[in-house]
Structures are given as C-alpha cells and as structure tokens.
Design a protein around this ligand. Structure first.
Ligand SMILES: [Zn+2]
Length: 429
C-alpha cells in the first residue's frame, strides 16, 4: 500500500480509536523519514564503515548480531539508521525543504538531486550489501540535495576569507588592517566573512581540531647555518637565531628585524630547509643539536588532514573545518620564490604567526612557543620557535626564565650529496 493511501486509511475517524497507536507510530516515522526495521541488530565488525563503527562502540549492548549470528555487543539497527539519517542531514536535505525550485516543464528539480541509493554510493556509509539494503530500504526516499544549495559552504567561506585577508594585507592595508575599511567585503552577504575575522576563526579551529601540541623538554631540535669551510661555529650565539639587528632576511614566519629560531627534528630536514645548492657551492653546514629546556607549547600544522567520515559521531560536525585546514596549510606552506617580492608574499603567514605568538592563548591561558609545519623539502616536521638569540644557551649555560633552547652539540656536515634541486626557497638568518 502506498503511503498516501495508508494515510487516508489512518485518517478515517471511525478507525481512529483502534489504530491510535499505529497512527502515532506512522506519523512519527513520516516525520523522521525512515521506518523501523524491527528486531534487527548489528555488530561493529559487520558494519565495516569506520564512522559507523565508532557510533556502535558508543551505543552497543550485549546481544546477537543478525548478520553474523555472533553473541557480541550489538546496536539495534533502528538506532544505526537513526544515526545515519541524523548524519546525512548535516549536509543533505529534502529538496522541497531546502528551497530547490521544481519546474515540471524544465524536467523537475532545478539542481542536483540524488535518490538514497545514489547518495549512499557517493557519500556512504560504506557497508556490506545486506546492511546497505536494510538501511536504504528503511529510508523514505524523497530525494536528496545539498543543504542550503544557494549558500556558500562553511569551508569555502573560510577559504575565501583567508584569500581576501591575504590580498588585503599584501596590497591594501598592512599594519592597521584590523581597523581599515575593506571595500571588497560585503557585510550584507550572510555567507561572506569579514576577512579580518579569519585570525580569530583560525584560533578557534586550531583549538577545536586539537592542533595545540607539546614538544617535550629534552626533545632534539636541529638548526643549520651554511658557512665557509674555514669558519668555526660551535656556540649558541652562532648557531642560534641572529641578534635582532642582523635579522635582515624576510622569512615565511618572521619579517626583517624579528629573529626566530627555524629548525627541524631531523638533521637532514634542517639542512635541506637551509641550504640553497644553486648559490652556495663549496660551503659546509654548521649544525647545532639543540634541546628544549622546557616543554614547548606549539601549534602543529604538520598533520595530514584526512576529512573525517560524515558518520563519525565525534568528528562529523568538524568536517568543514578539516576541509578548510587542508586548503589553508597548502597555502601556508606553498613555495615562495626568494626574490624582492618575498617581502610581500610572506606577510600573511607572518601575521598569522604574530597572532599565535602574541594574541592567542590556550584554554589554560598559556602562550604559544612556536609552530610546527611540514617541510616542503622533505615532508618531515619543521618548526619555528619564538626564540631570539638570548633564549638559546650553551651546554654549560644556566637556564633563565626566557631560555627555551640549549645547544648540546655542534657538528659540521659536508654538503656533498645535497644536489641542486628546483626549489629555491630557503630559510636562513
Ligand atoms: Zn555481526
């Protein structure tokens, strides 16, 4: 019996009393968009989809799995279906409710609409056929379209906000951007963000995605200087960052005049981040093996940003922010050719660095000591630490409040074997 004829059957007042319970159930099912499948249970192993497995881990009780017959901890299929519906509805909706126009003469919905099978094929959950059949069979198929089809998705709003912010501080107002009028921003567009707000948004996303990390005290961090063969560099003042008055090159995170400690957790990355094989023939790498004198609080941007499953109960609502971070970090670490233009091109990353260094506080109210980022040369972790030369001491030096790093060992490394590459970006004092 089709749903509309069922409806008129239940609407019949003479049967109203007797079928009260059934009618209520039917109304409930119509409202939530799926029907109960009764006493079907499923275990974590049978469901396969990782996001749904995480849901089952939270929800399960002892029972028998309908699919593998094992007596294990299982979830009622009805609650799995409910979770699937709730998850899908974060990003997908009924075209009639999402305001998609319907034109009979133009062939129906004016936009991309999928049936439940198509949607499952594209976005999951990825389950064995028998289970997919059960879930899809229970869902009342009214068609699916993207939620808010005429609004920019959150991750795109953030990406455009970051791009507009970068353009604004490179080309329009660099030092007073927080109060300058940005004529490219239309405040009345609900899906457009004021580019100035990107810094605070980044701070929140870094917190929500758990990107605040700790470099433990004692962790080895390498810093390299490229010097002539006859130069001897063994002291922290030579192998650490230069004094402020000699910080005369713009870097990705620091402008001229503001020295920072650029290092890596392995010597090879430290050398490749520093050495330009094209212009420095016949030199050697003077490397300093430093260690953190206390735990350093850092923003870790070196993670691979896999987009979590739409069905992951813990992370599903953070998907737009993972998408944004993936694009943001690609931009944040993109190679910039060393030229006079680098002064301008580095400004956005320098401003983000200053924001995390001077403005941002962790939930415990602590300040950030540095940023970890993926090396474009080796893919390993590189780090910038907010340490000037006074924050680095020699091995026998006494640590003070401002001390962050101790030089444990100085070693010269031959640069033979570090052949010329095509990438010209380097970090140096
Ligand atoms: Zn099973």
């Amino acid at each position: 019996m089709a749903f509309d004829s069922l409806a008129s059957y239940y609407e019949d007042s003479t049967r109203g009393q007797k079928l009260g319970g059934a009618k209520r159930m039917w109304e409930e099912e119509m409202g939530r968009g799926y029907s109960s499948v009764g006493k079907i249970h499923v275990c974590e192993r049978c469901i396969r989809d990782e996001g749904l497995q995480r849901f089952i881990k939270r929800d399960r009780k002892p029972g028998t799995c309908t699919f593998c017959q094992r007596e294990v901890r299982v979830s009622a299929m009805d609650s799995v279906i409910e979770h699937v519906m709730n998850s899908l509805s974060l990003e997908w909706g009924d075209p009639a409710n999402e305001g998609l126009p319907y034109e009979t003469r133009e062939g129906g919905w004016q936009g991309d609409v999928y049936n439940t099978w198509e949607l499952f094929y594209d976005v999951g959950p990825n389950c064995p056929e028998e289970i997919t059949d059960t879930i899809v069979g229970a869902i009342h198929d009214t068609g699916w379209c993207r939620r808010d089809p005429y609004t920019l998705p959150v991750d795109r709003t953030l990406v455009y906000g970051w791009q507009k912010f970068s353009q604004f501080i490179i080309h329009t107002a660099r030092f007073v951007f927080y109060k300058a009028v940005n004529s490219s921003y239309e405040g009345d567009q609900h899906d457009e963000m004021n580019p100035v707000d990107i810094l605070e948004a980044l701070g929140r996303i870094v917190r929500d995605l758990g990107l605040i990390d700790t470099v433990p005290a004692g962790e080895k961090i390498y810093r390299v200087r490229i010097v002539n063969q006859d130069e001897v560099k063994t002291l922290a003042k030579d192998l650490g960052p230069p004094p402020a008055e000699r910080a005369n090159m713009p870097n990705r995170m620091s402008p001229v005049g503001i020295p920072m400690f650029y290092g890596a957790f392995d010597l090879d990355t430290a050398i490749r981040e520093t050495y330009d094989p094209c212009g420095e023939a016949g030199k050697k790498a003077a490397s300093g093996e430093f260690s953190a004198v206390r735990a350093l609080r850092v923003v870790d941007l070196s993670e691979s940003f896999f987009i979590p499953s739409l069905f992951d109960p813990k992370l599903q609502k953070l998907r737009p922010y993972y998408r944004f971070m993936r694009d943001f970090i690609t931009d944040f670490t993109k190679p910039i050719e060393r030229s006079d233009r680098a002064h301008a091109e580095y400004v956005p990353t320098q401003v983000v660095t200053e924001y995390f260094r001077h403005v941002y506080r962790t939930e415990e109210g602590a300040q950030i000591d540095g940023i970890i980022y993926p090396s474009s040369k080796t893919g390993q972790k590189a780090i910038v630490i907010f340490a000037d030369s006074l924050a680095c001491i020699d091995v026998e030096g006494a640590a003070e409040q401002r001390t962050l790093l101790r030089l444990d060992r100085a070693v010269d490394v031959s640069l033979e074997g570090y052949a010329a590459g095509t990438d010209h970006e380097i970090f140096r004092p």
